[in-house]
Write a protein of this length. Sequence first.
Length: 271
Amino acid sequence: MCRFVLLKGANIVKEHFNVAKEFSENVLRLCDSVVGIVFLGGIGRGYSDKLSDVDIIIYAEKPCENIPKGEFRFKDFLFDVDMVELEEELKSFWSQEKRWAYSYAKIFYDPKGAVKRLLKCKLVFPENERKNILIENSIQFNWYCPKTIFEESDHVAYQWIYRGDIVSSHYAVNQAIECLLKVLFALNRKFIPPEKWRLYCSYSLKWLPSNFKEHIRKALLTRKYTLEDVERRVRILRSLWKEVLPKVEKEVGLSFDKFYEYSINIEKPGL
């Protein structure tokens, strides 16, 4: 789990829980087809501030038109409410990001255990999916961040230098960082968070390359739009990758040279 640490904003999660509870009790009085209610977002994670909204999912056997949905204000708090038919949710595919969000779900109402059973069914990380993520993002990392900037012309960072757009070359390095983060979550057998939480939550992973936080800070820094600065950022990321790649190869059971051949025969994870 990601450790959410209070940094600056006051933690108002108790206020958010109380107002979510009040709203949900009103829902139960107004709609008799509700079979479950869960709180997501800050309430589930244990930290919310004035920038957070109150995320509520209502599970019902059939829609209730008299229940407000979408974004609205209740008791001066911003709410984001969705109503879902339980049977349809059981049939649906849950992305990595959705599974991450629901891994923090706080069940408020579940009289028959339907929500608990749903989460048990959905919050799984199959081994074949994990290996696909490792392979796909290792390939993508190497594509965006080659061993040397002029290694091969089909690498993205080189392509944009050749085409005279150094800004796009820096952007390619940023994409390599995204691939690296996805690999790290998969190595740690954790669901991949949405982009806005991805870097922050990566700091809490059990295994990380040496001095990861400091190196990633330097790799994110763009000092100047020059070839030398692209090379500096690439060197930092490749130093991290030296520790990551052996673990990927061990988990997948293939060397990196075999990834391309293997990836042709696997089902992409759809991330």
